[in-house]
Design a protein around this ligand. Structure first.
Ligand code: G3P
Ligand code: CA
Length: 243
């Protein structure tokens, strides 16, 4: 029977500092099906894996990623805020993450964080990176900025895209088809059986975030969504295996 894929949100971020190599490696060890991460653009044009626009919350540094060079970003400690055992964990580049995923049968959901700050050329840079590693089969690009998803398709039709949204889209399957996306990525509270059914009928994936509590994982898993994006991939896998 078809089971939902388990996608580790910012890596195994319930157990290790989000969006770090430790969190991604831990997710792979937990035998998840995919990894989700967030990207920004540094001052000197590197794709930086981090959730926030600023480095303040998850490092010992301060400032916007867009104002920092890769060299400056690499000096930051991205682990101690989470736990002292992760002291000196670094913020990775997208390329460093692709290096550890390459050759594995793992889905990679790259979220473009280009809503609050408009990063010129980010779509092209991400696509070039996917092309360099020839990871078209593995990658799905998502964003709350749907203009950016259109741009991705304009640049390269081969790349899969997913429409990120919170709630309030009427007939999201029609919207996704209209912008040539392959998936919808709604918050889990807004998913229902009709949405899953209509998406399946239209050959669209439903990858939903961020499903952490046992009961929620169970409910969402029973709806047979395509993917469950979670901070706790081991917990989700156990529940989904039992459904
Ligand atoms: O991609 C799903 C989810 O990551 C979107 O929200 O804020 O955790 O990046 P956020
Ligand atoms: Ca994200």
């Amino acid at each position: 029977m078809e089971k939902s894929l388990i996608i580790a949100h910012r890596g195994a971020s319930g157990y290790a500092p989000e969006n770090t190599i430790s969190a991604f490696k831990m997710a792979l060890e937990m035998v998840c099906d995919g990894i989700e991460l967030d990207v920004h653009y540094s001052k000197d044009g590197h794709l930086i894996v981090c959730h926030d626009e600023r480095v303040d919350r998850t490092t010992n540094g301060s400032g916007f990623i867009k104002d920092l060079t890769l060299n400056e970003i690499k000096k930051l400690d991205a682990g101690t805020w989470f736990d002292y055992k992760y002291t000196n964990e670094k913020i990775p580049t997208l390329e460093e993450v692709l290096d550890i995923i390459w050759g594995k049968d793992i889905l990679l959901n790259i979220e473009l964080k280009n809503g609050i700050i408009q990063y010129q050329g980010m779509e092209e840079a991400v696509i070039n990176m996917v092309d360099k590693y020839n990871m078209y089969e593995n990658v799905i690009i998502s964003s709350f900025n749907h203009y950016s998803l259109l741009k991705v398709k304009e640049i390269n039709k081969k790349i899969k895209t997913g429409v990120l949204y919170v709630a309030g889209l009427i007939s999201p399957w029609e919207y996704a088809k209209k912008i040539n996306a392959q998936a919808i990525h709604p918050v889990f509270h807004s998913v229902n059986k009709e949405i899953v059914k209509e998406c399946k009928r239209n050959n669209l994936q439903v990858n939903t975030y961020t499903v952490n509590e046992e009961q929620d994982i169970h409910n969402i898993g029973n709806m047979k969504v395509s993917g469950i994006i979670t901070n706790y991939p081991d917990r989700a896998k156990k529940i989904i295996d039992e459904i």
